[in-house]
Design a binder for this molecule. Sequence first.
Ligand SMILES: N[C@@H](CCC(=O)N[C@@H](CS)C(=O)NCC(=O)O)C(=O)O
Length: 282
Amino acid sequence: MGKDQRVKFEPYHEPAYNSSIYMINSVFVPTWQSHLEFVTARDFIESRIVNEHLTTPLDATSEQPPLFDGTTRLYVSYTCPFAQRVWILRNYKGLHDKIKLVPIDLQNRPAWYKEKVYHKNLVPALEHNGKIIGESLDLIKYVDSNFEGPSLHPNDPVKKEFAEELITYSDTFNKIVFTSFKGDTVKEAGPAFDHLENALHKFNDGPFFLGHELSLVDIAYIPFVERFQAFLSGVWNYDITAGRPKLTKWIEEVNKIDAYKPTKTDPKVIVELYSSLFLAKH
Ligand SMILES: N[C@@H](CCC(=O)N[C@@H](CS)C(=O)NCC(=O)O)C(=O)O
């Protein structure tokens, strides 16, 4: 890719996803209370997701939104997998009204972001109760325990230990796969996906890592598996689901989650971006 050509960062809108802009369940059903007894907590949360128009990312020319005025803000980039973790959780817990999404253009970043908001100059960052918090894995735990809605972190000690182990492993997983892009990709990346496949066998009431309910573990992995699947298939013709039935089912179920759909990046953009990052000739 030439120096002046930039990948256009747009949130992915699935063609089958029937709306012109980022619509989730198209309408809030006013009679939900009468149906409440028939729906699970998950259905209930997803039914509360309101239509959300994603705004244009703020760039070097944009004014800073007021800081610490009582609004809770989640600073993201629409294509950042780390930010996507927190974005999915915020959607899943139905926190659209409680946590305002503030997209940042990382290619043309506003100076005030580093100077006034987050000194590390990274996304995601959460502005809450007069402080700024970063680091996506810490943030998903923070949002889960400091905001309303059912917890996505287990109480059961066995599940809790397994969850912590897998959340910690997510950094290793990412490192193995990202490193493989510069080496013998399929051979080096394969064992990382086998690790996920084996982990998904642990609780047989799946399809998720801790059983039948989505948890923070799934949320930690979703954005990265999304990108790796697109890139490995698009460039190496490597299907990460081949011979991995649990991972196949996990991806299938994850893709049904309304809270996740508007956070997805177009696979073509992933292939283009990752090709420019990892396949550049030196
Ligand atoms: N460890 C951080 C990583 C965050 C991160 O690397 N974000 C990238 C975007 S995906 C970023 O802000 N990059 C800007 C930069 O490196 O200057 C987390 O988990 O939140």
